[in-house]
Ligand binder design. Structure first.
Ligand SMILES: Cc1cc2nc3c(=O)[nH]c(=O)nc-3n(C[C@H](O)[C@H](O)[C@H](O)COP(=O)(O)OP(=O)(O)OC[C@H]3O[C@@H](n4cnc5c(N)ncnc54)[C@H](O)[C@@H]3O)c2cc1C
Length: 426
């Protein structure tokens, strides 16, 4: 059986990984049949998660800081994951040393006030055991959360049900800002419920959050690609598919973002009916000679700043001497303006910060309102084609918010479908 996967992002490569596992578990004659190829339009795999090499001019300006490194990379923005199913793949690949557990969580700065996002196992445990730390609202929210009756959350927003609870403040609110770039209060109560239930089902340790030590490309995609190639998966980069009818395969897996998927299926559905959250990341560099400033912020991985004067949010993270800012506004992000804000926060002159790279993600994540999620489900139902299977973070938004985890969940579904198809064929 020949399978072509279009898109070499988290969903496409996870599908390839899970299909190689499936092939090994099948009987030998079936194993011979499974031929997998991945076609990726970009020159490197990784999709929205891949890391970027910094500008050359930048490196010249800060020669001393680079200490001879020629290929310094930075992530699109600090991508974190839960210790859920995708972490299982990291364990199986034997690359857990490439990731670290954010034991102290993400540190945030909201205006001038710091707070930490730490949904870890230990914190949750402590929360449930400090009898008097919980108020009536928390018990009410927990009851509603635990209650399987859909009536409580049907067409409700998270804020309508959980806004006053600690679960909302400590778990959902920062999750939306740090990972989903979505408005916490507008999300569907259903997706909140599903996320919490999904993580609880996998045990309390799945609430622990992880991050690659260097960047996603070096720490994850390169070892995964190597593994796949050893398993005879063919990965072709620089291969943009515009017409799927030209692909001769038994099954085609579309592991592409929603807009691309609809184009490739050439159907009349417009993805502009569905609303996405854009993210623009700008990476700046700080001279390593500014040791005092760097030491002051050492260990600080993520800062969040919601400035009332801005109509968008601003995050910045410091990783060695790279500062990344992330903006939820797409149009005309003013690099210099944010540089001045950064300089103000770091209490240094703007001239000591150089800009390096601007990465625009028009469709970074989905808007998780119930109305929007319903539209996605409608599109999914109407895009059924015989030998085409749909994958990608957005296609699992009924289970988990559009994240790395939802990409992996979509790949698990593909694995199950292909398994059924193989047995049906026999
Ligand atoms: C700035 C930012 C921060 C984020 N932070 C987090 C976070 O902290 N934690 C988290 O879990 N998630 C985070 N996310 C979401 C996460 O990155 C995505 O959910 C996930 O990477 C989606 O993977 P995917 O494989 O479904 O799609 P993609 O990564 O978009 O992969 C699709 C691939 O298909 C390729 N492609 C498209 N069209 C074609 C074509 N016609 N032919 C061939 N190839 C094609 C693309 O080049 C791409 O490589 C963030 C996203 C962004 C943008």
């Amino acid at each position: 059986m020949k399978i072509t996967i279009i898109g070499g992002g988290m969903a496409g490569l996870s599908s390839a990984y899970l299909l190689t596992k499936l092939a090994r578990n099948l009987t030998k004659d079936r194993d011979k049949d499974l031929e997998i190829q991945v076609l990726e339009s970009a020159k490197e795999v990784g999709g929205r998660c891949k890391a970027f090499v910094l500008k050359d001019s930048f490196k010249d300006s800060f020669k001393d800081s680079f200490k001879g490194e020629s290929n310094r990379k930075t992530d699109n923005c600090p991508h974190i994951i839960f210790k859920a199913q995708v972490y299982g793949m990291i364990e199986e690949l034997g690359i857990t040393d490439n990731f670290y557990h954010l034991e102290n969580g993400f540190e945030f700065l909201d205006q001038d006030e710091y707070f930490t996002y730490n949904p870890s196992q230990n914190k949750l445990w402590a929360m449930t055991h400090k009898k008097f730390a919980w108020g009536l609202q928390d018990y009410k929210a927990l009851f509603k959360l635990a209650c399987n009756l859909k009536i409580f959350r049907k067409n409700k927003t998270v804020a309508q049900i959980f806004a006053k609870s600690k679960i909302y403040k400590k778990f959902w609110y920062p999750l939306c800002l740090a990972i989903m770039n979505d408005k916490p209060e507008n999300s569907s109560a259903d997706i909140f419920y599903n996320t919490f239930k999904y993580l609880i089902k996998r045990g309390f340790s799945s609430f622990n959050i992880y991050k690659p030590c260097n960047n996603w490309s070096d720490d994850f995609f390169h070892p995964l690609t190597k593994y796949l190639e050893n398993q005879n998966v063919k990965i072709k980069t620089n291969t943009k598919i515009t017409d799927i009818t030209t692909i001769k395969s038994d099954y085609i897996i579309l592991a592409t973002p929603l807009s691309q998927t609809l184009k490739l299926l050439a159907n009349n559905l417009a993805d502009d009916q569905v609303s996405h959250n854009p993210i623009t990341s700008i990476h700046y560099q700080l001279d390593s000679k500014l040791e005092d400033t760097l030491n002051q912020y050492k260990g600080l991985t993520h800062i969040y700043n919601r400035d009332n004067n801005l109509d968008h949010d601003l995050w910045f993270s410091i990783n060695n001497n790279i500062i990344s800012t992330v903006h939820s506004s797409f149009a005309d992000v003013d690099v210099d303006y944010f540089k001045r804000i950064l300089a103000h926060n770091l209490k240094i002159k703007p001239s000591l910060i150089l800009d390096s790279k601007k990465i625009i993600n028009k469709h970074a994540t989905l808007n998780h309102s119930q109305e929007n999620l319903n539209k996605v489900q409608k599109i999914l139902k109407s895009t059924k084609a015989d030998n085409i299977l749909i994958c990608g973070d957005w296609s699992s938004s009924d289970t988990f918010p559009t994240t790395i985890e939802s990409s992996f969940i979509s790949a698990l579904r593909i694995q199950a479908k292909i398994k059924n198809l193989i047995y049906e064929k026999k």
